[in-house]
Design a protein around this ligand. Structure first.
Ligand code: FES
Length: 56
């Protein structure tokens, strides 16, 4: 499912990024661009990020 429409980032991509060492929204924004355009996805992206970290 798409989390960030502006940058076509899916929840899977975020989970993958976490597996590769991303630990914060700042890093996520830096490597995938999540939240850097309209900002509407930030809340959801944060949730996916946290969930991915718990699984990890
Ligand atoms: Fe992510 Fe717009 S949906 S920046």
């Amino acid at each position: 499912m798409y989390v960030c429409i502006c940058h076509a980032v899916t929840d899977k991509k975020i989970t993958q990024a976490v597996a590769e060492g991303v630990e914060s929204m700042r890093q996520l924004r830096h490597c995938l661009g999540v939240g850097s355009q309209c900002g509407k996805c930030v809340c959801h992206a944060q949730q996916v990020l946290m969930e991915a970290q718990q699984v990890k």
